[in-house]
Design a protein around this ligand. Structure first.
Ligand code: NAD
Ligand code: GLY
Length: 364
C-alpha cells in the first residue's frame, strides 16, 4: 500500500509543513527525521492508543537512533483539561526535556490538541509533530495548528495557534478505530463538501458506504481531499480572521451540546452532525437553502448513522452556552450558515427568535 502515500503542503511561509497520507507510515523514519532537532523525542499518547501503536512508532525512531520517552494520558474528552495538561509538563520537566526536544502527539484529536498546547507552552514553544490516529484527527484536527483544552464553561476555550512540523496520517491506524468513532470522523469530512467543495459532497453521496466499510483507497482519497481543503483554508487565514471560521459549520450548536451534556457524552463529530442540521434548518428559514438541499444533507448524515437532531436541552440553554462561542463579536452571535451545498457564509443576520425556533425544530 506504500504506493498510496501522498504529500500535501500547508503553505505558511516559514511555518509551512508537509502532511503525509498513506499506509505503513508509522514505519517511515525518513518522514520524521528531517523534522527532529535532537536525538530525543517525547511521545504523548493515551491508554487506548499506546498499546496499539506506541511500540511501532518507538521502534521506528529508536532504530533510527532517536531515544523516545512516552507520556501516557488517560483517554477521553473529559480529560482534555488543565489537570491532564499538567501531567505532560510534569513529565517534560521531570525528564529534563529541552526547548529543542520534539513532542510527538500520537492519537486522536484530544491528544493532538492537548499535546500541541503543551508543546506551545513548554519553554514558550518546543517542536511538535502530529501523528493522528482517528479519521477526525487525520482530516481536521491535526492540520492547521489549533491547540486547546476545554474549560467547564466552554469547549476549546484555552489554547494557542501552534503549527506542527509535520503531520503523519497513517490510514492503517484506522483499522482499529471503533465504528462509532469512524462515523464521527465522517461528519468533519462531509463538512468540507458543504462549506466549499460541492463535487466532494457529491462524491461522498456516491461513496460513503465504501468509506464506512474502510475501503483503503476511498479512505485515503477522503483524507487527502479533506486535508487539501483544510490546507487551502489555513494557508489563506491561519488565525481565523475570515474564511477559516467557515470550518466551524455546525460547531456553535455542536459545542453547546458537548458542553451542555458534559464532555464525552456525545462524540465531537456526532455533535457537529446535529449542529450542521440545525445550521441547515436556520439557513432554510432564512430562505438561503432549499428543501432539497436540506434533505440531501440530512440523508447523507443518516446514511452514516450520525445524529440529525440535537440534544433536547431547550433553546434557552443552547443560547446561554452559545454566548461563549469564539465567533461572538461585540456580544453578537455570528453563525456559519449555508447558501447552498458547497457555499457557506459567516453571518449575524439571524435574530434570536429565528435561531431559537431552528433549535426547537431540530432538538426535540
Ligand atoms: P479522540 O481523540 O477522543 O479519539 C476518539 C477515541 O478513539 C478515543 O477513545 C481514542 O483513544 C480512540 N482512538 C484513537 N485512535 C484510535 C485507533 N487508531 N484505534 C482505536 N482507538 C483509537 O477524538 P477525535 O474524534 O479524534 O477528536 C476529537 C477532538 O478533536 C475534540 O476534542 C475536538 O474538539 C478536537 N478537534 C480539534 C480540531 C482542531 O482544529 N484542533 C478540529 C476538530 C476537532
Ligand atoms: N476545525 C476548525 C479549524 O481548524 O479551524
Amino acid at each position: 500500500m506504500q504506493n498510496l502515500t501522498q504529500t500535501l503542503t500547508v503553505s505558511l511561509a516559514e511555518r509551512s509543513y508537509p502532511i503525509h497520507i498513506g499506509s505503513a507510515l508509522l514505519a517511515r523514519a525518513d518522514l520524521l527525521l528531517p523534522h527532529l532537532k535532537q536525538k530525543k523525542a517525547v511521545i504523548v499518547s493515551n491508554t487506548t492508543v499506546a498499546p496499539l501503536y506506541l511500540d511501532r512508532l518507538r521502534s521506528t525512531l529508536e532504530k533510527a537512533g532517536i531515544s523516545t520517552l512516552p507520556i501516557i494520558l488517560p483517554d477521553g474528552e473529559q480529560y482534555k483539561n488543565w489537570e491532564t495538561l499538567n501531567l505532560v509538563f510534569d513529565a517534560l520537566l521531570g525528564t529534563h526535556c529541552e526547548r529543542s526536544t520534539t513532542l510527538i502527539a500520537l492519537g486522536g484529536g484530544v491528544i493532538g490538541d492537548m499535546g500541541g498546547f503543551a508543546a506551545a507552552c513548554y519553554q514558550r514553544g518546543m517542536p511538535f509533530i502530529q501523528v493522528p490516529t482517528t479519521l477526525l484527527s487525520q482530516v481536521d484536527s491535526s492540520v492547521g495548528g489549533k491547540t486547546a483544552i476545554n474549560h467547564p464553561l466552554g469547549k476549546n476555550m484555552i489554547g494557542a495557534f501552534y503549527q506542527p512540523q509535520v503531520v503523519l496520517a497513517d490510514i492503517d491506524t484506522l483499522d482499529t478505530l471503533p465504528d462509532r468513532e469512524l462515523r464521527a470522523g465522517v461528519a468533519e469530512v462531509i463538512k468540507y463538501g458543504l462549506i466549499r467543495d460541492p463535487a466532494f459532497f457529491a462524491w461522498l453521496e456516491a461513496n460513503v458506504e465504501k468509506l464506512l466499510a474502510r475501503d483503503k483507497e476511498v479512505l485515503a482519497y477522503a483524507v487527502h481531499r479533506s486535508c487539501a481543503n483544510k490546507a487551502d483554508v489555513v494557508a489563506a487565514d491561519e488565525r481565523e480572521t475570515g474564511e477559516r471560521a467557515l470550518l466551524n459549520l455546525g460547531h456553535t450548536f455542536g459545542h453547546a451540546i458537548e458542553t451542555g451534556l458534559g464532555y464525552g457524552e456525545w462524540l465531537h463529530g456526532e455533535a457537529i452532525a446535529a449542529g450542521t442540521l440545525i445550521a441547515a434548518e436556520l439557513s432554510w428559514r432564512l430562505g438561503w437553502l432549499d428543501v432539497d438541499a436540506v434533505e440531501r444533507i440530512e440523508n447523507l448524515f443518516v446514511r452514516c448513522d450520525l445524529p440529525v437532531h440535537g440534544a433536547p436541552m431547550g433553546a434557552a440553554r443552547y443560547m446561554e452556552l452559545m454566548r461563549h462561542d469564539k465567533k461572538v463579536q461585540d456580544g453578537k452571535l455570528r453563525l456559519v450558515l449555508l447558501k447552498g451545498i458547497g457555499s457557506a457564509v459567516v453571518s449575524d443576520v439571524a435574530g434570536e427568535a429565528m435561531i431559537a425556533a431552528s433549535i426547537e425544530a431540530r432538538c426535540t
